[in-house]
Design a protein around this ligand. Structure first.
Ligand code: PLP
Length: 465
């Protein structure tokens, strides 16, 4: 381990930033070298007479600047290539934007811009502007918006009616409303063993105990749910049955029935996150349709049309929408009415379905490009999925792969980001093919970087660590 002790005596400002700046300079000046292992947070805090949390913040800042990399159980290392190649040609690595294949979002299309400007014109010349500018109690959404939402959800395989609907600021907001309204700290919530980081964040934020359940190629295993319910007081189940992220499983109908049956038997509330469902042309019936009395279903327009509208639709079981009002009020009172009005116009006049259809086609083209470039490598993908899920060859660990990709200007997500709790992480990466990389040329370049890395072995500096 390097005996690195930064000199921050002459540096002004916040201590953690001073440490990160000192590290950056010391790397540049060759005092610490790529691959060097740095002192632990506790050791450095002790040497410098600072709190451990200050050092942790400094290391987190250095990770953000791509200077170092933390490996669970192994320590903190200076990144391969930190400042070296780039500093020789006088480029600050922090100024280089990577090709972003780490985030799932729809591909922008000129049709979307036209649809937004068309509906804004329509709204501004209508007599509804005044109505849209007020508070509307009981906050759940205007009748017209709830009717359009019920219609949209029915096409996703769940029969519901406008009085069960609550309009939200997207799917993440729907999660937040449900958790805040229905669950108490310390209660147990189960979900797939790999899940969206947003779900992990929200459950932790509400002090819930989140447990991951085993999955197979069809999603969560009913036996795993049953075992959890037998041994613990499971309050709720959060699940993503369509285009599960990151594994891309789609729960078949029989699996949905089996999961619903266990949930009914043990009185477990189902929270069905169908954020990716609209990307499926013919989705199976919603899981909630097999346990309608205890299921909260939601979807949003973020992944299939645009995250910018920030609009989601939540269907509560009959007669239970009122229970969600405390969570809605605590998070936003009510959503902004203009985006809700735009979404309503698009659902009514068919633009929403047309925009989703365009998205499916573009994603199919992008998936085809990925198949051509990653030929010979096994991975999981669907024609309309926003990403692919790539288990790595035995020579690679996911964090090392991600660090190497990053040093070549590509951002992808390691499996670790999705792991629930302390179980071992699979060695796999999620590669997003959607609109975070709007240009196909860039997408191709990003995929070629992945293909090159898969052909190579991890860089020597990484193996030496
Ligand atoms: C499973 C899942 N649910 C919800 C969200 C958030 O959706 P929204 O942007 O509609 O809040 C995401 C991704 O951001 C996701 O992957």
């Amino acid at each position: 381990m390097t005996e690195w002790k930064p000199d921050i005596a002459s540096r002004r400002g916040r201590r953690y930033l001073a440490i990160a700046d000192a590290l950056s300079d010391d790397i540049k000046n060759g005092l610490v070298r790529p691959g060097d292992r740095l002192p632990t947070h506790r050791e450095l805090a002790y040497q410098m007479g600072l709190s451990v949390s200050t050092v942790s913040k400094a290391y987190a800042e250095a990770v953000r600047r791509q200077l170092i990399l933390s490996e669970v159980g192994r320590g903190t290392f200076v990144m391969p290539n930190a400042w070296t190649d780039l500093s020789r040609i006088g480029v600050d690595s922090r100024q280089i934007e990577p090709i972003d294949m780490a985030f799932n979002c729809p591909v922008p299309t000129p049709m979307l811009i036209e649809a937004v400007s068309g509906s804004l014109k329509m709204i501004s010349s209508s007599d509804r502007v005044d109505e849209l500018m007020h508070y509307h109690r009981p906050w759940v959404g205007l009748p017209a918006h709830r009717a359009a939402a019920a219609n949209w959800i029915e096409k996703r395989g769940l029969r519901t009616s406008p009085e069960n609907i609550l309009i939200t600021n997207g799917a993440q907001h729907a999660h937040a409303i449900i958790l805040a309204s229905l669950l108490e700290p310390n209660q147990i919530v189960v979900t797939e063993e790999l899940t969206d980081p947003g779900i992990k964040f929200l459950t932790a934020n509400r002090s819930l105990q989140l447990k991951g359940l085993a999955m197979d190629q069809d999603g969560m295993l009913p036996d795993a749910l049953e075992a959890a319910c037998r041994t613990m007081k499971v309050k709720a189940l959060i699940t993503v049955p369509n285009h599960h992220s990151p594994t891309l499983t789609i729960m078949p109908v029989e699996r949905r029935k089996a999961i619903a049956e266990v949930a009914i038997r043990y009185g477990v509330t189902i929270i069905e996150d169908d954020v990716y469902g609209p990307l499926l042309e013919n989705p199976p019936p919603a899981l909630s349709s097999f346990a309608p009395e205890q299921s909260f279903y939601f979807t949003s327009l973020s992944k299939c049309i645009s995250p910018g509208l920030r609009i989601g639709f939540l269907a509560a079981p009959p007669g239970r929408v009122e229970e969600l009002i405390p969570g809605l009020g605590a998070t936003t009172w009510m959503v902004s009415m203009i985006p809700a009005e735009i979404a309503t116009i698009w659902i009514r006049d068919g633009s929403a379905e047309r925009l989703v259809a365009w998205q499916r086609q573009e994603l199919a083209r992008r998936q085809k490009l990925a198949r051509q470039i990653l030929i010979g490598h096994e991975y999981r993908a669907l024609p309309s999925s926003l990403h692919l899920w790539l288990p790595l060859p035995a020579t690679w660990r996911a964090e090392g792969f991600v660090a190497q990709a990053r040093s070549r200007g590509l951002a992808v997500t390691p499996a670790e980001a999705f792991v629930v709790g302390h179980v071992a992480s699979p060695q796999a990466i999620r590669i997003s093919l959607g609109g975070a990389t709007p240009s196909r040329t860039e997408l191709q370049r990003g995929l070629e970087i992945v293909a090159d890395l898969l052909r190579e072995r991890p860089a020597a500096t990484y193996l030496v660590l």
